[in-house]
Write a protein that binds this ligand. Structure first.
Ligand code: TXE
Length: 490
């Protein structure tokens, strides 16, 4: 079956484009998919436009839309193992992590089914008894949803679920590297009853399949998760048609450990913060900020444990983390570590590919710790999006906050301390969209997610994540209109 889904039909690309998707763990062929060109994307935009302008979908009942989202959640839950397997083959991530992702995706669809139903608008008291005034929400229109490769289905669900809950139509373009779960999701949406044209899927590389989504006047909103460079390009591309944009662009997230923290727990979490999914996580705790008095002991032990991390493919039960997404991405991580060495960072562990011949065909890179870093170094400022932790030392609370905020990013961060007052003070001073206290990485669909500063624009998840996909309209109804005679009557 062809893999582009446009105007209610599966079809191949007009120009016949195709791409082989290979598992990053061993290079094996996962699937060959159709790959869209601009003509296909144009058809998808026009189909979404017609479905928005001419069908009853956007003005239909919220109840029906929410029921559809629940049916999609049911389908995802009942096909969990197929979906997780497809995700692991595309990304190389451990099967168990993909299974957690599917659970989260189901929760996201269910959350938005509930959130849309419970937030219809509000009545405004104007102070005038002759006026009924209310604020209502309406869908924005055609949404372009552009997603990355690290959490392909999860990040897609953060966009598709609120987009549909609010009554929009969409064109989804997943990363060209990881299209499989987007295809599955599209099938479940169709099975759940999504009308033709409301949801459209184009696969392919950004410039060929995605660029038109950012320039075509028929698109009203672009929601994008990906790299900072692409995000900047995209913001410029939407300017002539003044589209709404929602951007999630990654981070350089500080994990701040005070000497009075439970250091055993903090150590354990410092590993997960950065090495989960080999650091390919926008909120990865890539900067360890450690109080000077406990630094040596903490980092020595961190190095010992990082060296013990077992790498392996998605179906290797002993593996604790997997490969990087591609040869190109690994080359980028390697260049990043070399830059660190050049700047004087001390490579305490890793800093190379693993020796194990069994891992030589995959895009593996060893967990790496760069010690002796300062915020003036490029390795502290730039996102590696790999298993690379930089270590900086601070002397007190003010110093920790100053160093933590000293980047252009502001996505997430954590503070570890047993002093509750300090924890709250630091949390409120961190210029980041998420702050964890004595924890790292958890998120829930009910709470907003997104970045301060150059980590992005707008929010995903929570009610604000739904508002991204809604226009707000004030309706003023004068129930006793009377002549005003502001101007004379002649
Ligand atoms: O992402 P891109 P890449 C960061 C991470 C990584 C870097 C680059 O640092 O090393 O970004 O990764 C589509 N018009 N993050 O190059 O290019 C593209 O096809 C329309 C952080 O893989 O930003 C894909 O679907 N679309 C991040 C999506 O944009 C375009 C997750 C993201 O790809 C396009 C991933 C164009 N001109 C990487 N160019 C996070 N925030 O979680 C590309 N795309």
């Amino acid at each position: 079956m062809p893999e582009l889904y446009i105007d209610g039909a599966w079809r191949a690309a007009l120009a016949g484009g195709q791409r082989d998707i290979r598992c990053p763990a061993d290079g094996s062929l996962t699937v060959t998919v159709d790959e869209a060109g601009p003509d296909d994307t144009l058809d998808a935009i026009l189909a979404a436009r017609r479905a928005f302008d001419e069908s009853s979908w956007p003005s239909g009942s919220v109840h029906d839309r929410c029921a559809l989202l629940h049916r999609v959640a049911d389908l995802l839950a009942s096909h969990k193992s197929d979906v997780a397997r497809a995700e692991s083959l595309d990304t190389g991530k451990r099967l168990v992590e993909s299974e957690y992702d599917v659970d989260d995706v189901v929760a996201v669809f269910r959350f938005y089914a509930g959130a849309a139903a419970g937030t219809a608008g509000r009545v405004v008291d104007t102070g005038r008894p002759d006026v009924r005034s209310r604020v209502v929400h309406e869908p924005i229109g055609v949404c372009a949803l552009i997603t990355p490769w690290n959490y392909p289905l999860l990040q897609t669900s953060w966009k598709v679920a609120p987009c549909l809950a609010a009554g929009n139509t969409f064109v989804l373009k997943p990363s060209e590297l990881t299209p499989s779960t987007a295809i599955l999701l599209m099938r479940y949406l169709i099975e759940a009853g999504l009308p033709a044209g409301v949801g459209n899927l184009v696969l392919g590389a950004g410039p060929q399949a995605g660029a038109l989504l950012t320039t075509h006047p028929g698109v009203d909103l672009v929601s994008f998760t990906g790299g900072l460079g692409t995000g900047r390009q995209l913001m410029a591309a939407v300017a002539p048609t003044v589209k709404k944009v929602a951007l999630e662009l990654g981070g350089k997230n500080p994990n701040i450990v005070f000497a009075d923290a439970d250091l055993e727990v903090a150590l354990d979490f410092a590993l997960t913060a950065i090495f989960l999914h080999s650091g390919q996580v926008c909120s990865a705790g890539a900067r360890l900020l450690i109080e000077g008095s406990v630094k040596d002991k903490f980092v020595d032990e961190l190095v010992v444990r990082a060296e013990r991390i077992r790498l392996g493919g998605p179906f290797d039960d002993k593996a604790e983390t997997g490969p990087l997404i591609s040869a190109e991405h690994r080359a980028k991580v390697e260049a990043y570590v070399e830059a660190g060495r050049g700047e004087g960072a001390q490579v305490r562990c890793g800093g190379s590919r693993p020796d194990d011949p069994a891992l030589s065909v995959g895009f593996y890179y060893l967990p790496t710790i760069l010690d002796g870093c300062t915020s003036s170094m490029s390795v502290v400022q730039n996102e590696s999006f790999g298993p690379v932790l930089t270590v900086e030392t601070f002397v007190d609370e003010d110093d920790a906050v100053r160093i933590a905020n000293d980047t252009i990013f502001g996505l997430a961060g954590a503070v570890w301390t047993s002093n509750a007052g300090r924890a709250e003070r630091v949390a409120s001073r961190l210029r980041m969209g998420t702050v964890w206290i004595n924890d790292y990485h958890p998120y829930v669909p009910q709470a907003e997610w997104g970045g301060y500063k150059q980590s992005g624009v707008g929010r995903e998840l929570g009610v604000a994540g739904l508002d991204e996909y809604r226009e707000t309209k004030h309706i003023w109804h004068n129930v006793r209109p009377e002549v005003q005679r502001w101007f004379g009557d002649g």
